[in-house]
Design a protein around this ligand. Structure first.
Ligand SMILES: [Zn+2]
Length: 122
C-alpha cells in the first residue's frame, strides 16, 4: 500500500463497508512508537524509542487517529483495475489501549494518517 516506513498494523474484525467481508490484511496506522508493530484490539500502544507520533504521548494516553485498509475480497466493488481502493478507519486509543476501530470517512482521497484527537498535534 505504499505505506511510509514504520507504519504499524492493527489486525481486527473490521468489515469492509462495501461488501461486508472481514478484512484480514490489517489496518495501517501511524501512532505511538513507529516500528512496524502488529497489534490486536485490547493491546497496549507502545511509546518506546524516539520515533513516535505524536512526538509526545498525549495526556492520559488518549488518541484517535485515521488508519487505512484494503478489502481482501477480489469481488468487492472497491476493486478496480486489479487494485482495491484504500478505505479509512477510525482507531481509538484509550489510556494507551487500542480499544476500538471502525470504518470511517474522513478524507477519502488522501493518505495522511491524521490524528483526530487531540486536535493540536500532528
Ligand atoms: Zn469489500
Amino acid at each position: 500500500m505504499g505505506m511510509e516506513t514504520g507504519t504499524n498494523t492493527l489486525y481486527s474484525e473490521v468489515k469492509c463497508p462495501h461488501c461486508g467481508y472481514a478484512v484480514k490484511s490489517g489496518i495501517g496506522f501511524r501512532a505511538g512508537s513507529l516500528k512496524q508493530i502488529s497489534y490486536k484490539l485490547g493491546e497496549k500502544l507502545s511509546w518506546d524509542g524516539t520515533k513516535c507520533r505524536p512526538a509526545q504521548r498525549p495526556p492520559g494516553g488518549n488518541l484517535k487517529t485515521v488508519g487505512y485498509f484494503e478489502c481482501d475480497n477480489l469481488d468487492c466493488p472497491t476493486w478496480q483495475d486489479c487494485y482495491p481502493e484504500v478505505q479509512e478507519a477510525l482507531i481509538t486509543i484509550q489510556a494507551d489501549i487500542i480499544s476500538d476501530v471502525k470504518p470511517f470517512i474522513h478524507r477519502p482521497n488522501e493518505l495522511v494518517f491524521d490524528i483526530i484527537e487531540p486536535k493540536d498535534v500532528t
